[in-house]
Design a protein around this ligand. Sequence first.
Ligand code: R5P
Length: 280
Amino acid sequence: MILSGSSSQQLAAALADALDEDLGRVEYETFPDGERLVTVPPVSGRAVVVAATDSSDAHVELLQLQDAAREAGASEVVTVLPYMGYARQDKAFEDGQPVSVRAMARAVSTDTDRVVTVNPHEDAILEFFDVPATSVDAAPQLANPLPGDLEDPVFLAPDDGAIDLARSVRDAHGDGETDFFEKVRHSGSDVTVTPSDIDVTGRDVVVVDDIVATGSTMSEAITALDDPARVFVTCVHPLLAGNARTKLATAGVEAVHGTDTLERAVSSVSVASVLADELE
Ligand code: R5P
């Protein structure tokens, strides 16, 4: 049975279809003091808990779903983290700070038999789980919504860490050049991007990243492009915090495409089939 966190209901339904498994009807409540409560139906056999942890409440809800699934009779609990929050805090940046993603991974490991994630920020974070943890790659799917008539396309990563994603999207599209920019992050929302030598004049550009959070990285990258034809933004995790979508629009983007690891208006690509392949 598939059990969904409150913010992953669309993906959970698609995954239930893809796996031909029941989708459990979960009830979600918030008490006046802000505490959360979930109620799940009886489970026999495997429970697959699907929950993006993009907020502190979502983390709590996930732990509750895992515990409730066992109580409801699940013989195995598989946890699917379509988007894993805190993954970018993968080291202590200063003395006295936690390795936040390790703390989250340990908590998630407590009541599950296995974890599956989608394009975690770094695969190394999988080592922080105390149970078997794997990731699936949704990047090739990001080529699906792109127009077939891209003009002499360039698939661009805003930093070197995203170049493999850009290559995956290019390969899935079929043709095009790839390149990456140099990025320096000054604060949570202040980044500078230095363009490479690639000439994008009159060409269609597809900028590819794992996450669009504040939109600073993407909007800086788009602004740095010299007279492109059209600019498309693709990302696995369209977090789109605050005014990120407006930043992209005012930077001149033609379209933004993300996956349903986070359910947003731009989530035009589903990761259900790649997750189903991993879970079958
Ligand atoms: C960082 O290394 C990631 O790959 C993304 O580039 C980053 O998380 C995007 O964040 P923002 O949209 O806030 O610039």
